[in-house]
Ligand binder design. Structure first.
Ligand SMILES: [Zn+2]
Length: 260
């Protein structure tokens, strides 16, 4: 178990993190210049939904190197300012990820389970899906979803369980109470579907609910069936079920139908 935790920590630092994949974006709007009104979500093409092309209007958070759509990042900055008033120092661990970035994370865990656990393809894919979305199916492709940590957690993403320090639980409670006021919805509750609970993963609902609808309408995923993706043959054979397990994991309160 200890080695698994170490691997997870390393992966978070080197795979999830934004800085190593840092792209040459400069913030088009400094944090203090937040828009007074909500801008409508820009249209995304199917290739952008699947992570094959970058979404428009992306800005970088200078302190983390993470990128997101401008409206999303500005809302995060507002949330971060609000959190600071209560003594919490929010840090971004991940924002926008391309298909290739997602594939690097997926392949890391896929090869890890291949070496250590001797699982068959079905159980291995299920195990990897509990930690990371299948490349092409990640909400991080949309530039709307952020993995948020706190300085006291030193940039770690921590699950809540009986041994979780009280301060961490307090932080997540604070987020649950406050983040929705800035448009963010907690996506993965770990109650159903393949993905475990992820108290750090927040989605900018005014945009992502629109893109989620678009994602749900996609029938043909052949564009993301790269033979560079670990266990791609199993994924290809079982893709409808894989997509279903991914989408079943999503908190229904983050969906447009429920909010309306
Ligand atoms: Zn995430």
């Amino acid at each position: 178990m200890a080695s698994r935790l170490i691997w997870l920590g390393l992966a978070l630092a080197f795979l999830w993190g934004c800085a190593p994949q840092r792209e040459t974006l400069k913030p088009s709007n400094p944090p203090q210049q937040s828009p007074a009104t909500l801008l409508p979500p820009p249209d995304l093409s199917q290739e952008q939904i699947l992570g094959l092309l970058r979404p428009p209007n992306m800005v970088e958070d200078p302190s983390s190197g993470c990128s997101a759509q401008a409206q999303v990042m500005q809302s995060f900055w507002k949330l971060r300012d609000r959190a600071a008033q209560d003594g919490w120092h929010l840090t971004l661990v991940s924002g926008y990820r391309s298909f290739k970035h997602q594939m690097r994370i997926w392949n890391h865990y896929d090869s890890l389970y291949r070496k250590t656990d001797g699982l068959d393809s079905k159980r291995r894919v299920r195990a990897v899906m509990s930690l990371v979305s299948v490349p092409g199916l990640s909400r991080h492709h949309w530039g709307t979803d952020l993995d948020i940590s706190e300085a006291g957690l030193r940039g770690q993403l921590v699950n809540v369980h009986p041994d979780t320090p009280a301060r961490v639980v307090q932080f997540y409670n604070w987020m649950e109470h406050n983040a929705p006021q800035f448009g963010f919805c907690k996506v993965y509750l770990g109650k159903r579907g393949a993905v475990r609970d992820e108290p750090w993963h927040w989605s900018y609902f005014p945009y992502s609910s629109v893109y989620e609808k678009q994602f749900m309408a996609i029938q043909d995923f052949h564009e993301v069936m790269s033979d560079q993706v670990g266990d791609v043959h199993y994924l290809m054979k079982n893709f409808p079920e894989v997509v279903k397990e991914e989408t079943r994991s999503i908190n229904t309160e983050c969906s447009l139908e429920v909010q309306n």
